[in-house]
Write a protein that binds this ligand. Sequence first.
Ligand SMILES: [Zn+2]
Length: 48
Amino acid sequence: MAEEAKFKCLRCNHEYTDSYDPDKIEERSCPKCGSNSVRRLKEEASKG
Ligand SMILES: [Zn+2]
């Protein structure tokens, strides 16, 4: 079952929310710059 999670692109620092399925490991690409250097953020994470 998918849940929502925040992601951040390490290339352009774009942050966005997308569905996240913990049972699947998928490669993600930044919707802004297309880089696949995207990391998931924890909910507690604030700007930094
Ligand atoms: Zn990006």
